[in-house]
Design a binder for this molecule. Structure first.
Ligand code: GLU
Length: 264
């Protein structure tokens, strides 16, 4: 049919737009996490990441008319997401990436496509009785450099002893071997780590921030941002968003309502 994805030639994107360029190239490079079960976790058997963020990224690539073999995932850890976008090393980032004003100074966000909240993971049976962020005072709490949860602990809970690594899987190891007393980040990231090792970890389950997840893209590319927002709304309406959730993070976290996209 004329809508065949071959080269994307049949899709009428405005000349010179990011969509037209990516469609013509038939290739896209996407930043995501590689160590977060349910969102972006590298499958060593296929060498491809899997999870809800990966599915969202693929839905967008598909609407660009890019064939599956043209989609390349690159690991973006929390701290290098903005630089990778600014340097053009990735075309967009889908990586449990909270939309906020600081980040919007250097990049733009489509979405949100999910809303998480910062929470705390402790060792099984919660030996220190940590029930919320105020209980972190005088304890060692692990998070990731360049993340909003680490920033929030630094600013609002300075009596907590913050330990930072580059990725959350390292924080989980540190909790398991007793180097730290807890791990803090978004509740759904923690639920993924708990699902992998339910004998060792539990969630405090008292979220204390709002973390709307967006798709990071080059600042000022309003055409591309609008395109992605349209794709998200279509995916809400035609059930692909819900199906992506059910197959991935929905295995360990309840099914949410999709949030309204913010066309700022
Ligand atoms: N959503 C938060 C952030 O974007 C924490 C998760 C992460 O580090 O990817 O900073």
């Amino acid at each position: 049919t004329e809508d065949s994805a071959e080269g994307g030639a049949a899709t009428e994107f405005p000349e010179g737009s990011t969509m037209a360029e990516l469609a013509a190239a038939g290739e896209v490079t996407i930043g995501t996490k590689f160590d977060q079960p349910g969102f972006g976790l590298l499958n060593p058997a296929t060498n491809e990441p899997e999870g809800f963020d990966v599915e969202i990224a693929r839905i967008i690539a598909d609407k660009l008319g890019i064939p599956e073999e043209g989609v390349t995932f690159t690991e973006t850890v929390s701290a290098n997401r903005e630089p990778y976008i600014e340097e053009g090393r990735v075309d967009y980032v889908v990586a449990t990436y909270t939309i906020n004003d600081d980040r919007k100074e250097v990049i733009d966000f489509a979405g949100p496509y999910y809303q998480a909240g910062q929470d705390i993971m402790v060792a099984i049976d919660n030996p220190l009785g940590i029930e919320g962020p105020d209980d972190l005072a005088g304890t060692k709490v692990c998070s990731v450099e360049g993340s909003t949860p680490a920033e929030n602990i630094r600013e609002s809970y300075p009596d907590a002893e913050l330990v930072v690594f580059d990725v959350y899987s390292t924080c989980a190891e540190a909790l398991k071997n007793g180097q730290v007393d807890s791990v803090t980040t978004d509740n759904v990231i923690l639920l993924g780590l708990i699902a992998q090792d339910p004998e060792s970890f539990e969630l405090v389950d008292n979220p204390f921030t709002e973390e709307p997840y967006g798709i990071g893209l080059t600042k000022g590319d309003d055409e591309f941002r609008t395109f992605i927002n349209d794709v998200l709304e279509e995916a809400y309406d035609d059930g692909t968003w819900a199906a992506a959730w059910e197959e991935t993070a929905g295995q360990f976290a309840g099914t949410p309502e999709p949030p309204s996209v913010d066309r700022y």
